[in-house]
Every structure is written in C-alpha cells, then in structure tokens.
Design a protein around this ligand. Structure first.
Ligand SMILES: *Cc1c(COP(=O)(O)O)cnc(C)c1O
Length: 229
C-alpha cells in the first residue's frame, strides 16, 4: 500500500512539474509520520523515503532513536520554547518557527552547543485565527531580526494552507508565500537565504509544486502515504 501510494505521489509530482515547467529535482517529499508506528515508517524508508516529518518533540526523538541514521527529521508542528532544548541538534530543518521568542530560544540553545540549526519561518498566509505563524505583513521584520543570528539560519518560509476540498482554492496562498520569499530575499543579507518553501499537503501538493518553481519546495504528505490518522 505504502509503495503504491508513494509511486502515485511521485508521479503526481512529476506531472505537476512538467505542467509548470519546473524540475522534479526542486521538489522534496517529506513523509509526515505523526501518530504512525515504526513499521510503517520503515516501509516508507524501504521505498526510498529519507525525509520524515513529525509534529511532537517526544515522538520525533523516540522514532529517531529507533530508525536508520540517514533519515532527515523535520519538525513541522508548533514548538514550545520549553521543548527547544530537547529538539535542537536532532533536526534537518525546523519548519514551524512561528514567533521571535521561539527563534531566539533556538538561537540561544544552538549557541550554547555551538552548532548550526536550519529553520523556516511559518507564515499564516490566509490569516486563519486557528493557525500559528507570522502574519504576512510581519514576515519581513521577523526575517530581518533573524539575519542577526549566528547559529540559527533561516532558509525559507513554510505555510499550512486552509483545509479545502478543491486544491485550486489554495493556489493563491502558495503564490503569496513564494512572492513573500522573493521580497524577503531582496531585503535581507546572506545570512537569511530564502531557498526553501514548505507548502502543500495531501490535498493540495500538486498545486503547491506548480507554484513553487524557482525554489526548493518541500511537500509534507501524511495521509496520502500512510492513510488516514
Ligand atoms: C499533519 C500535517 C501535514 C500532513 O497532512 P496530510 O493532510 O495528512 O498530508 C502536513 N503539515 C503539517 C504541519 C501537519 O501537521
């Protein structure tokens, strides 16, 4: 089942790229494995997945301990500042930096250990009351503050688009996130480099891939790989 699902997703990504004139090389698939047991993750691993996304620190660390070392772990869920200490050093990328307080905490912890940490600023593009993230109008100021850090490197933007049955409804959200990244790139120094967009989930990743051209787009897919949670 997981093999079949992955084949379908990889094919959909290739088709979306062809339609938009972008390269599949620019797209990275993250298997969102929250709540799923280890054997399912191992199965995805066996079919070539090396990027996994989790939304809880404890669960991410537990799974990391028990799975192959070449897996890149992505923190995609809201992160409390009091959990930063445990998480720092264990991720390829923290997607969900949604406040300057959190960014400061990550910088401080990374500084203490003298390591580099890479992260994305989460943007609440559609301004949903239920969602975390910087409002689009606050994103530039946040990025300009982060460019002063010496251990946390901001490499792009992330968004969780509104839930919808028609992915076309989110096209504008993805286009806005990219435009924001382009603007921020012009107005920040080299320490803040907008290379990554993290956008698109099971319901809308094809549209996200089409809108992400010119950047590396991380699509975060859970249900489409592992089935309903
Ligand atoms: C759960 C989750 C996903 C995956 O959602 P699916 O609809 O199951 O693909 C992606 N991003 C974030 C931030 C999530 O919490």
């Amino acid at each position: 089942m997981i093999k079949h699902n992955l084949e379908h997703i990889r094919q959909t990504i290739r088709s979306a790229c062809e339609g938009a004139g972008t390269s599949p090389q620019e797209v990275r698939l993250i298997a969102v494995s929250k709540t799923k047991p280890l054997p399912k993750l191992l199965s995805a691993y066996d079919w070539g997945v090396r990027d996994f996304g989790e939304n809880r620190v404890q669960e991410l660390l537990e799974k990391k301990k028990n799975l192959p070392e070449d897996i890149r772990w992505h923190m995609i869920g809201h992160l409390q500042t009091n959990k930063v200490k445990q998480l720092v050093g264990h991720t390829a990328l923290i997607h969900s930096i949604d406040s300057l307080r959190l960014a400061d905490a990550i910088e401080a912890e990374a500084g203490k250990r003298n390591i580099q940490v890479e992260g994305l600023l989460e943007i609440n593009v559609a301004k949903e009351a239920s969602k975390f993230g910087f409002l689009p109008e606050d994103a530039l100021a946040a990025a300009q503050r982060c460019q002063l850090y010496s251990h946390l490197k901001i490499r792009g933007l992330m968004t969780v688009a509104p839930y919808t049955l028609d992915p076309e409804n989110n096209r504008e959200v993805f286009a806005k996130l990219k435009q924001l990244a382009v603007d921020i790139n012009f107005k920040t120094n080299d320490n803040t480099n907008m290379e990554y967009l993290s956008m698109g989930m099971t319901g809308d990743y094809g549209v996200a891939v089409q809108e992400g051209g010119g950047f590396t787009t991380f699509v975060r897919i859970g249900t489409g790989i592992f089935g309903v949670r």
